[in-house]
Write a new protein. Structure first.
Length: 236
């Protein structure tokens, strides 16, 4: 199986807290978050990994190399200008034809059951499956609303207060049919802001899995400190 782990983030909102490493290289439990995601992939039989880079790419490349030291094979792309969570996929198009693949946000930490996305995908005629986790404060997240069978009906990025009753938010883990590549245009695009809303508008089926597994995000100084329990460890 294959996975793209998105690792181009600079962490602009963390400026002054973490400046010397790319955001996915922030350490949590003694390891870069990106390493946790690579190990999660390996745990579920994903050995072919693609990583996009932008900010301080040499830090990521020198740490992981070709992936052999972590039991996987890693190939990289470099984005001179960031291409977004969806646009980044275009640099790996030649490697993605013919089988479904994962997309994982490399700056989040979770122990999500990746097999659950594959199982859900095989149960439905759909273009992909999105993982969701429960969060009380949804104001900084992409929120999903669903049919009884798990089909995604509505997706709202950073909703205004009282515009949704859902507390299921995007976990940044997707499993896609390679047909998704037809819906990703050249240049910059974002799954949450562009691709997912467009697919729903076209009535193209997306399904979901839900889990109470804890997900730690490091997007803002507040979330960063909460995820690390107040301890800053950015050493690469």
């Amino acid at each position: 199986m294959k996975a793209i782990i998105l690792a181009a983030g600079k962490g602009e909102r963390l400026r002054g807290i973490v400046d010397d490493v790319p955001k996915p290289m922030i350490r949590y439990q003694g390891k870069p978050i990106l390493q946790h995601n690579i190990e999660l992939c390996k745990k579920y039989g994903i050995s072919d990994i693609f990583i996009n880079t932008h900010h301080l790419p040499e830090v990521i490349r020198s740490y992981f190399g070709d992936g052999s030291g972590f039991g996987v094979r890693i190939r990289y792309s470099y984005e001179e200008e960031m291409l977004g969570t969806a646009g980044a996929i275009n640099n790996f198009r030649d490697h993605l034809a013919g089988e479904a693949f994962f997309v994982i946000y490399g700056d989040n930490f979770s122990q999500f059951n990746l097999s659950s996305l594959v199982t859900e995908f095989r149960m439905h005629d759909c273009i992909g499956v999105i993982a969701f986790h429960h969060r009380e404060d949804v104001s900084q997240s992409g929120v999903g609303e669903f049919a009884e069978d798990g089909r995604l009906l509505r997706f709202v990025e950073k909703p205004e207060p009282d515009t949704t009753s859902s507390h299921w938010v995007n976990a940044g883990i997707y499993y896609f049919n390679p047909v998704i590549l037809r819906h990703i245009p050249p240049g910059y695009s974002d799954f949450a802001k562009d691709i997912i809303p467009d697919l729903l508008k076209k009535n193209i089926s997306l399904y979901s899995v839900h889990s109470d597994v804890e997900l730690k995000a490091f997007d803002t100084p507040e979330m960063f400190r909460r995820s690390l329990g107040g301890k800053i460890d950015s050493e690469g």
